[in-house]
Unconditional design. Structure first.
Length: 606
């Protein structure tokens, strides 16, 4: 190419044929990507970001799309410039993986569940690079080390389901980088990852880009990630490019109202310095009436003492228990009425298991849980069912927790029917009120889950959790997969409901900026234990435990002039939580820094 760009999208138009006619996914988009440059494409779900990248890979046809106009120029290393929009699929097979690598958003669907990680990593190398089995395996091992996977030799023999989400995503990145492509397309590669792993993966991609000169097209809705990664930014909205500029221009002088609103909705770590109570986010068009900070009460609603949950590891010919996964170890905390306690930590630290153990969706091994004075551990199944009216859960993936075959109104009224509350007319009224509460139009009541966006589905999950007027809601990563602006709306909704109804939340998350925004108290978890617990302000402004400090350091800041370098991120690999049957864990002993602010002094690898 005369101007030296590796890929150039010119006037791309992509259409989808549906029952109700033609839907335009991308209307008219043009931008280019130069060697060694990271171009971040930002926008909300449905703005056409992923459609652009799938068109460049020519995978859009497999998703029912059709490239209706425009050119997709790509500079091949040895064969010069080609227009990918007219290239036949045979040549595309050579280009895909070999010259253009792609990292997909959802690692579990990007990996094949029936092949080992090693087989999937070596497949592309043997196909595109004609390596022998031994060469490919050596390269695969090297790639696993590059993406910082602990015990790589063992991992190569494992299957995708045996790895955590962060590990799987690292394998997908290793696969994309295996053939050293000229262009790497990363579609939301860190959305579902923890702060620390996200920081490592971003630093890794940045380093690999500098070392190999690969051009990167990075698709995301997280503005802090954009500030960390981008050289140039392309902002998309409803299938069109609305703004393009260098990363400094976009952050310091955004021109388009949509870019301005996107930046306003980003929760920034440190914004709440000096305040004690959670505060709703500023949202465009709704900042007329300021919601007062939520104080809650000092009365304890949930008391958890010495909670321990372990999972058995079976092995050998007779499938005997050979070891235990120590998922939650000696956990103690309390949640006050009308307040929020957040549990933060990386995947695999046991926070979700802790939430499920409290509701007894997973049976704990020992410990006590009291909800409003009622001993949850001592209840029979029928008593537990009754007690669950007071405690509800909002899961991470709203699509998986909703029934695809039921209308939304039936899903929200289902808890009421199960407990026989009210006549059908009263139920109808209650459901209408709940839809109003979560700010969804009543016309949605006849819809099905697949007809909604992710944020709308999560609102339905919240409405369903509220149906029985619970006292406690366990929100397990309830906003982690949502766009920034949608996330801000859902968080504000949760805070408003807390102020109105006096709800208590156990908020499980790995997003430190969100936790800072919504919490009264924060517990930092590492390897099944709480390593630091205290009022939000104490934990965020005076972190004592080295792990808490490392977590704070890893959070990307939405300011391109405050980028993290790889030397800031000195994470120790997380030790295995699997221990033999003869292992006796030591009790958790805490040092009180100031009243209510406690730090673990038992050595836990940090």
């Amino acid at each position: 190419m005369p101007d030296g760009s590796i890929a150039k999208i010119e006037n791309l138009r992509v259409e989808f044929q549906t029952k109700s006619g033609t839907v335009v996914g991308v209307e008219d988009v043009s931008f280019e990507i130069n060697p060694g440059e990271t171009v971040c494409v930002v926008g909300e779900s449905g703005s056409g970001k992923s459609v652009s990248s799938l068109s460049l890979m020519r995978l859009i046809e497999y998703g029912g799309g059709d490239i209706a106009g425009g050119r997709l120029l790509f500079d091949r290393k040895d064969a010069g410039e080609v227009d990918l929009s007219t290239t036949d699929q045979d040549l595309m097979r050579t280009i895909r993986g070999n010259e253009i690598g792609m990292i997909f958003q959802e690692p579990m669907t990007a990996l094949n569940p029936v092949f080992t990680v090693g087989r999937q990593l070596t497949e592309g190398l043997r196909l595109h690079k004609n390596m022998t089995k031994a060469q490919a395996e050596a390269r695969a091992l090297d790639l696993m080390r590059q993406v910082r996977i602990p015990e790589p030799e063992r991992r190569l023999k494992q299957y995708p389901h045996e790895l955590s989400g962060g590990m799987r995503q690292r394998v997908v990145i290793a696969m994309a980088l295996a053939c050293e492509p000229r262009l790497l397309i990363a579609d939301e590669p860190t959305t579902a990852l923890d702060v620390t792993i996200q920081a490592e993966i971003l630093a890794l991609m940045d380093r690999l880009k500098r070392e190999t000169g690969t051009a990167v097209m990075f698709i995301t809705h997280d503005m802090a990630v954009v500030a960390q990664m981008a050289d140039r930014v392309v902002v998309m909205f409803r299938g069109n490019k609305v703004e393009e500029g260098t990363v400094e221009e976009i952050f310091e002088n955004p021109q388009h109202p949509y870019t301005q609103s996107l930046l306003a909705a980003v929760p920034k770590l440190g914004e709440m310095t000096g305040t004690d109570l959670p505060r709703p986010m500023r949202l465009l068009g709704r900042d007329g009436s300021e919601v007062p900070p939520i104080t809650g009460s000092d009365e304890v609603l949930l008391e958890v003492k010495n909670l321990t949950t372990r999972f058995e590891v079976k092995g050998g010919f007779f499938r005997r228990t050979v070891a235990n996964v120590h998922a939650v170890e000696d956990l103690s905390f309390s949640v006050n009425k009308g307040q929020t306690l957040s549990l933060v930590g990386e995947s695999g630290c046991g926070k979700s298991t802790a939430g499920r153990s409290i509701l007894r969706l997973v049976e704990p091994m020992s410990g006590s849980v009291f909800l409003d004075g009622k001993n949850i551990m001592a209840l029979t199944q029928s008593e537990l069912r009754e007690a669950r009216r007071d405690m509800q859960m909002v899961f991470q993936d709203p699509f998986a927790s909703l029934n695809p075959q039921m209308q939304l109104s039936d899903q929200v009224s289902e808890p009421l029917r199960n407990f026989g509350i009210g006549s059908s007319a009263e139920m109808q009224k209650k459901v209408e009120n709940l839809f109003d509460r979560v700010e969804l139009p009543r016309s949605f009541m006849q819809r099905y889950p697949h007809e909604l966006s992710g944020g709308q589905r999560q609102r339905i999950a919240i409405a369903r959790a509220l149906a029985l007027n619970p006292k406690l809601i366990v929100a397990d990563e309830a906003v982690s997969a949502l766009d920034v602006s949608v996330q801000a709306q859902v968080l504000n909704l949760m805070l408003e409901l807390q102020a109105e109804l006096g709800l208590s939340f156990l908020f499980i998350s790995h997003d430190m900026a969100v936790v800072e925004r919504v919490s009264h108290y924060v517990g930092v978890m590492y390897l099944g234990r709480i390593v630091e617990l205290g009022p939000r302000r104490a934990v965020f402004e005076n972190p004592q435990h080295p792990y808490t400090q490392a977590l704070m350091k890893a959070v990307p800041i939405a300011d391109p002039r405050k980028r993290k370098s790889e030397k800031d991120l000195n994470f120790k690999p997380i030790p295995s939580p699997i221990h033999g049957l003869d292992y006796a864990p030591e009790p958790s002993i805490y040092r009180e820094v100031e009243p209510g602010h406690k730090v673990l002094i038992t050595d836990s690898g940090y």
